[in-house]
Write a protein that binds this ligand. Structure first.
Ligand code: BTN
Length: 257
């Protein structure tokens, strides 16, 4: 990773990059409790020994993936904590736009709340956690399959995951370029979100892979099934069930068909 380019070409206040770490998000959560650390800060690593995914999932990647966590305060961005579902969607849109920029031929889709898919295969996962010691503090952990490849992986893995390199027929790409492109697109979109000049449902409807599909949303012990009819302006997933249309603000979505 080219840290001098990251310092010059982004608005990050502090950067730490590790050859190996347990989890960039765990480290970022620890750092956020130190009031002398300015935001936004970035923790990145080439390898993680205990990468975490959403819920109780683990995140495991071979060499070449882009893995980082950004510590930020929503108030610095002109947002309040209640806006985090929209902020979470905007984060997914910024990653999807970045991947589409480097893979113009690919169909890059968003799976609510913020997984990124290429043709039903996951290429990126995002984990957003609250940094409770800071007012409106969040740790945004992002794992993008960039130069790691699923070609040597078991067939069941190849069916559900892909990488930018796999989509470029094995050709590698600079992770620095991708990270800088993402951070700057993310800055721009969050500024628009704070200004209220972003038509989120319109942006989302372009790439939502769930619209019109039968899905089950699991949040804790609650499970709801229905047809996804899109997302609402507040960032919730709209689910048409037998009786009504419900809004889901959190959960894991499984496609039923
Ligand atoms: C998911 O799809 O469940 C979210 C995966 C998030 C993985 C990233 S990799 C960088 C950061 N550090 C972690 O431990 N997790 C996130």
């Amino acid at each position: 990773m080219d840290l001098s380019r990251l310092r010059l070409e982004t608005s990050l206040k502090q950067i730490q990059w590790f050859d190996e770490i347990d989890s960039t998000s765990t480290r970022a959560l620890q750092l956020a409790s130190d009031p002398s650390i300015e935001t936004p800060f970035l923790i990145g690593a080439d390898r993680q020994s205990a990468g975490r995914g959403r819920g109780s999932n683990r995140w495991w990647s071979t060499d070449g993936a882009l893995m980082f966590s950004v510590g930020l305060s929503l108030s610095d961005l002109g947002l309040v904590i209640d806006q985090w579902p929209r902020f979470s969607l905007v984060t997914g849109i910024a990653v999807a736009d970045t991947i589409a920029h480097f893979l113009p031929q690919a169909t890059v889709g968003l799976k609510w709340p913020n997984d990124i898919w290429i043709e039903q295969k996951k290429v990126c996962g995002i984990l957003i956690e609250q940094a409770v010691e800071r007012p409106s503090g969040l740790i945004v952990g992002i794992g993008i399959n960039v130069n790691n490849s699923f070609t040597p992986a078991p067939p069941e893995q190849q069916l559900i995951a892909t990488s930018i390199r796999d989509e470029r027929n094995g050709e590698e790409i600079s992770r620095t370029d991708i990270l800088i492109e993402f951070l700057n697109r993310w800055d721009l979109l969050t500024t628009k979100l704070a200004e209220n000049s972003l038509n989120l449902p319109e942006r989302w409807s372009h790439s939502c892979v769930l619209s019109g599909r039968a899905v089950t949303v699991t949040a804790g012990t609650e499970e709801k099934s229905g047809i996804c009819t899109g997302i609402d302006d507040d960032g919730s997933l709209l689910l048409r069930t037998a009786f009504t249309t419900e809004r889901c603000y959190a959960g894991t979505v499984r496609l039923l068909s």
